[in-house]
Design a protein. Structure first.
Length: 548
């Protein structure tokens, strides 16, 4: 049973089918070509035999013509050559004691024909319907040929005949009467140009047929050898270029289909059919996977849509909470600032009127001022965050605003022995809100003084570029590591490195207010600083008069 299965598998392989089809096609093509070549060779050999018969016939006619031109020829009289009854004195005595007899073209033709027949090379004979020699009686074919020659201008007729065991080519050609022929054929009333009979030439076909068979065998052997070589070469090339690749594909296909053995075994046929079946199977699996993926995507989309709805609702809720928080901070800040201002005023009055130790009143005054600043900052940021900030854009001098901010922070700077400096070019007037820019510069100065070392210097620089002003506040404090640069402008964010003073006495909202006020002007704010090398806070604002 395994042997039968292997045989069936072998016959079912694409390589065997290719070999069978190629062999059959090559056999048919080469068979037709060999048949055509064989026919051409046979026709060529037959043409040579026909030309041989025509040449022989012309030689006989020329010989007869030569004899006719000389009237007759004298040959020794013998048993083969007898006296002709058609001459009055056919015999002549020769000086050598031999008797010579006259030989006419007709007799010469018969003598040559007998000798040729004995040699078995060829034979010929002279025939005529109006004959003088009874032995020249034409047969049926010769009679038909003579009738055809006399009725048309045919030069000759060929025919294959069987003479006993031999096959011959027979060529019949007409014999024309000329002036020299009339001396013998006067009684027959011929005129020059008439057909005086016909000459039949017989060429044996044994050698011709032998050559034809030999050529056929050579063509057959050569054609079979060439066809086999061609099929083998084609098969080897196809095996290297095609079948090996198909085998590699089937091997890979078998590995891929290892988890589908039952369905894969159902595919019967050659390698290409197996590959096609595997492709159909793979297409089905891809469709199944695609449908499964679409189902999962649809489920995920539904979940995502639901999540988006929940996120939307949560965002709305957060917006409401944020708005409520901002309103709460605004209300609380507003409510706290009024009593704190009253407390500060009362503390100032007590300080002026008190004649005792003012230390405790200074503590109350200082902390009250700090609370008032924190409450004011909360109130300002709440307005920025809620979009209720109102700016008053007027033509003003950035330099004047910077000088006012420096003057207001001189007392704080003197306590820390910090020098305040201004580096500004010629003054320019821009359209901006002086109050909010004053607050930005003041916050940056306050931070710079706070973090500067005793005896240090804080410098405010102003530059004007393309209808915009760039203001920077530079100190020589502890600096800020680059990893904090993006976060320090967020509300309530403080740098909490060990040993750092950056969070001392700070609410963490000042830089967020600065960012909000600068961006409200259409500008931007940034910091350039390295740990231990000081800080440089800069912001730029456009000239709103030029932009409007």
């Amino acid at each position: 049973m395994p042997i039968i299965s292997r045989i069936k598998a072998f016959y079912g392989r694409i390589s065997f089918k290719f070999l069978a089809i190629t062999s059959a096609t090559t056999t048919i093509i080469f068979g037709l070509l060999l048949f055509w070549f064989s026919c051409q060779q046979e026709e060529h050999i037959m043409e040579q035999v026909r030309k041989q018969a025509m040449i022989l016939c012309k030689q006989i006619v020329l010989t007869r013509q030569w004899v006719a031109d000389h009237g007759a020829i004298l040959v020794p009289k013998s048993g083969e050559v007898r006296s002709s009854p058609f001459f009055e004195k056919p015999d002549v005595e020769g000086g050598d004691g031999l008797t010579y007899t006259k030989v006419s073209p007709s007799i010469l033709t018969r003598i040559l024909s007998d000798r040729a027949a004995k040699s078995e090379l060829y034979s010929f004979r002279l025939t005529n319907t109006d004959r003088m020699n009874p032995s020249n009686v034409p047969d049926v074919f010769e009679s038909e040929a003579l009738a055809s020659f006399r009725s048309s201008s045919q030069d000759g007729i060929f025919r294959i005949e069987h003479q006993g065991p031999r096959t011959v080519l027979r060529y019949v050609a007409p014999l024309f009467i000329n002036e020299n022929c009339l001396q013998c054929h006067m009684a027959q009333n011929y005129k020059p140009g008439d057909i005086g009979g016909c000459l039949s030439v017989f060429i044996p076909m044994d050698e011709a047929y032998s050559a034809i068979r030999r050529n056929r065998m050579i063509l057959l052997a050569g054609g079979m050898g060439f066809a086999c070589s061609f099929v083998v070469l084609l098969f080897v090339s196809a095996r290297s270029l095609v079948f090996k690749r198909i085998g590699d594909i089937r091997t890979s296909m078998s590995r891929l289909a290892s988890d589908n053995t039952t369905r894969d075994n159902a595919i019967q046929g050659d390698e290409l059919k197996e590959i096609a079946g595997f492709c159909y199977l793979l297409d089905e699996k891809l469709k199944d996977h695609h449908e499964e993926l679409e189902r999962k995507i649809a489920e995920a989309t539904r979940d995502l849509s639901e999540t988006n709805k929940n996120l939307g609702a949560a965002n709305k809720e957060l917006e409401c909470l944020n708005r409520a928080k901002s309103e709460f901070f605004s209300d609380i800040s507003h409510e706290l600032r009024t009593p704190l201002t009253s407390i500060k005023g009362a503390t100032d009055i007590l300080a002026r009127k008190s004649s005792g130790d003012p230390e405790y009143l200074d503590i109350i005054k200082r902390n009250t001022g700090h609370l008032i600043k924190i409450v004011s900052d909360f109130l300002d940021y709440s307005r920025i965050e809620s979009g209720q900030l109102e700016l008053d854009f007027i033509e003003a001098s950035i330099r004047d605003v910077a000088e006012d901010a420096i003057i207001s922070h001189k007392a704080l700077a003197q306590k820390r022995s910090v020098n305040l400096a201004l580096d500004a070019p010629e003054d320019h007037f821009l359209k901006f809100d002086p109050k909010s820019i004053y607050q930005v510069i003041g916050n940056l100065l306050s931070n710079a003084v706070k973090f500067s070392p005793d005896g240090g210097t804080v410098t405010v620089r102003i530059a004007f570029v393309d209808h915009s002003a760039e203001i920077s506040v530079e100190d020589h404090g502890p600096g800020i590591d680059a990893k904090y640069h993006e976060n320090i402008f967020k509300k309530f964010y403080q740098v909490m490195e060990q040993g750092s003073r950056m969070h001392v006495g700070s609410s963490g909202i000042g830089l967020a207010i600065c960012k909000g006020l600068v961006e409200a002007h259409g500008g931007r704010i940034w910091v350039m600083s390295k740990s231990g090398e000081g800080s440089r806070f800069s912001f730029s604002i456009p000239d709103n008069a030029a932009n409007n």
